[in-house]
Design a protein around this ligand. Structure first.
Ligand SMILES: [Ca+2]
Ligand SMILES: [Ca+2]
Ligand SMILES: [Ca+2]
Length: 304
């Protein structure tokens, strides 16, 4: 695991802790190498149920198509579990011909010693030790499963895309201390992925308290919606505050994106479970900040 991944995981656990939600499944982890997300589902399931569950969440049972992906998923999700989790491979169509059921190429494999050994009675893939796999029996064994999402698929549900953004204060393009006042509708492009370090489209900058104004960007979704997750890309060495009014209880809910210490700011994923029509993005005035801020991308993913 590289330093960026470790830092991001720390960040994710912090942001998830703000959520207060409790569930048995693992946190979602982001693989910066391919830009995909993963989560371990801890309820014991057949392979078929696990595959169905991931599909219903907009993803698929994990496909480990490289040594990097296999190591990452093993270290982050399989290793901390007390079980061997299902993966998205099967040879049920044709015995001995393994395929990833989402259509990914079967270009890499990591069988345990002696596996696969089950012939036509074992047609479904699961972890079976350190970085290695087994062919297992779908209907007999019940295991955890590891879901995977690729961003392009996931972000089809970005309900912030093309919606209105209001800017309170003065925002500009072209970098800090220069450039022209921005047409802030450009930050609604929602073009977040698959490039994780995209600062060249729709970025807006501001200088805090330039005119004694607490700068804010307010994203209007157009109607009250149940938002599961937001994605945001902000400057990396300041604390940012995301807030929204929850229409369930009328209270303003908040999440802080803490300052981070690595180079370029990656996309941050925050599970919000919000029922709202607006999100406000600003510098957290109680937190760290150097007076110069920027936001590049914002996406809001509606719950099913
Ligand atoms: Ca994969
Ligand atoms: Ca088989
Ligand atoms: Ca086997």
């Amino acid at each position: 695991m590289n330093i960026y991944t470790r830092e991001l995981l720390t960040l994710l656990s912090i942001t998830l802790a703000f959520n207060g939600a409790t569930h048995a499944d693992s946190s979602t982890v982001d693989n910066l190498d391919n830009g995909h997300f993963y989560q371990r589902i801890d309820s014991p399931m057949s392979w078929t149920s696990a595959a169905e569950y991931c599909k219903n969440q907009g993803g698929y049972l994990a496909t480990l198509t490289s040594e990097q992906e296999n190591s990452f998923v093993y270290d982050e999700l399989q290793k901390p579990s007390n079980d061997f989790c299902w993966l998205g491979g099967s040879d049920s169509k044709q015995e001995g011909i393994w395929e990833w059921t989402n259509g990914d190429n079967w270009s890499y494999e990591s069988w345990a010693n002696g596996e696969p050994n089950g012939g036509t009675t074992e047609n479904h893939l699961l972890y079976w030790g350190q970085y290695v796999w087994n062919d297992g029996t779908n209907s007999v064994v019940s295991h955890c499963g590891i879901c995977e999402w690729d961003n392009a698929t996931y972000l089809k549900a970005n309900v912030a895309n093309g919606k209105t953004v209001a800017a309170i204060g003065e925002f500009f393009t072209g970098g800090w201390g220069s450039g022209s006042v921005v047409d802030y509708s450009t930050i609604t492009d929602g073009v977040v992925f698959p490039n994780w370090h995209q600062w060249d489209q729709g970025t807006v900058w501001w200088q805090e308290n330039k005119d004694n104004v607490q700068n804010k960007l307010i994203v209007y979704l157009g109607s009250i919606q149940n938002i599961k997750t937001i994605f945001i890309q902000v400057d990396n060495n300041d604390d940012y505050l995301i807030s929204w009014e929850d229409s369930n209880d009328g209270l303003v809910k908040k999440k802080v994106i803490p300052q981070r210490n690595w180079g370029m700011a990656p996309i941050v994923r925050i599970d919000v479970d919000a029922i709202t029509d607006t999100f406000t993005i600003e510098h957290d005035s109680n937190g760290a900040g150097d007076g110069f801020y920027s936001v590049s991308e914002f996406a809001a993913i509606a719950a099913d």
